[in-house]
Design a protein around this ligand. Structure first.
Ligand SMILES: Cc1ncc(C[n+]2csc(CCOP(=O)(O)OP(=O)(O)O)c2C)c(N)n1
Length: 324
């Protein structure tokens, strides 16, 4: 089952349909997080799971402002971006567990390479920094075709140091491409603190050098993220060019499942605000609970189906590869 996308916003906190939709999507994302965390503990796991627990509001809030036909290039912590854009848990879990029911028919194998072109999920930038030129290319195509689509490049704070960030943005800004740069700043790149490698505390500060807006938003608040993204998308669709959004988020778990996290600073944990109750306080408690229960049941069914599905035949390993 795919989800319908309510966008384009802005919608408000007082709109119950909207807050319930966002909450339900966050609850599905959280249920996949919890399920994967258990799976890695209980089974031999052939892949690498990069948990997104705690960061659900960023991807869910932002994608709710996008249309299906808008292009999404994501980095791959957790699965909120794919869920928010309309992917169902089944192809996500199928891919994570390396089964033929996965979005890449099991070739992703743990690392999230979910793709669904029919809803604008263009894939992960696992080689960090690859999302920028790919998203700008999609934005340039949309501009030349006058299609009204936008492209969004999602990345982490560590990936703002890649050369492609800057090389792409200088031209995208000059050409006023319908492009959104969306940074999830969790302050950590693997075990290194951002301050050790970056001169500015805010990634949004880079925007000034390219003459575009740099917007900082509370990344634990899905509605605030949605509002900031909807404004950036409206600007892009109006031909006014890119916006750099920086969502201040919190990485609740390790860089990867099993990370011993020796680098953790106790004060970091004190700052955590769980994005589910942040939004949930705008819902009746019984409604929030019913949405969480429904999400958990749906994810459990998808997990069991993925566990029961076949692994791909080794003969397909070279299929869908491009070479010169
Ligand atoms: C070009 C490249 N260099 C290094 C890596 C290994 N790597 C994977 S995730 C990561 C840290 C990324 O940090 P950030 O962009 O802040 O994202 P976060 O992990 O916090 O979500 C690194 C160094 C990679 N995948 N690609």
């Amino acid at each position: 089952m795919a989800f319908s996308v309510p966008g384009p916003g802005p919608r408000t906190r007082s709109d119950p349909d909207f807050t319930e939709t966002l909450y339900h999507r966050m609850a599905i994302t959280r249920a996949i997080e919890t399920r994967m965390e258990r799976h890695v503990r209980e089974h031999r796991f052939a892949g690498w799971w990069h948990p997104g627990e705690g960061q659900e509001a960023a991807g869910i809030g932002a994608t709710a402002a996008m249309k299906h036909e808008d292009y999404l290039f994501y980095q791959g912590r957790g699965c909120s971006w794919a869920i928010g854009k309309g992917m169902a848990p089944d192809p996500i879990l199928g891919d994570l567990l390396g089964k033929v029911t996965g979005a890449t028919r099991g070739k992703g194998g743990g690392v999230p390479h979910w793709v669904d072109y029919s809803i604008g999920v263009m894939g992960e930038g696992a080689t960090l920094g690859s999302v920028y030129p790919l998203a700008a290319g999609a934005a340039l195509a949309a501009k030349l075709r006058r299609s009204g689509q936008v492209a969004l490049a999602n990345f982490g704070d560590g990936t703002a140091s890649r050369g492609t960030f800057h090389e792409t943005l200088v031209h995208a800004a000059a050409w006023k491409l319908p492009l959104i740069y969306f940074c999830e700043n969790n302050g950590l790149l693997v075990g290194t603190k951002l301050g050790a490698v970056c001169p500015t505390e805010n990634i949004a500060d880079f925007a000034a050098g390219y003459g575009i807006p740099g917007v900082i938003v509370d990344g634990q608040d899905a509605v605030a993220v949605h509002e900031a993204t909807a404004a950036a998308i409206a600007r892009a669709r109006a031909g006014e060019g890119p916006t750099l959004i920086e969502a201040k988020v919190f990485r609740r778990r390790g860089h990867y499942a099993g990370d011993p996290q020796n680098y953790r600073d106790a004060r970091y944990a004190e700052q955590y605000r769980d994005p589910l109750p942040v939004l949930g306080e705008h819902l009746a408690p019984e409604v929030a609970k019913a949405l969480r229960d429904a999400a958990e049941a749906q994810v459990q069914t998808a997990y069991e189906a993925a566990m029961a599905a076949a692994s791909p035949d080794p003969s397909v390993i070279y299929r869908n590869l491009y070479h010169g």
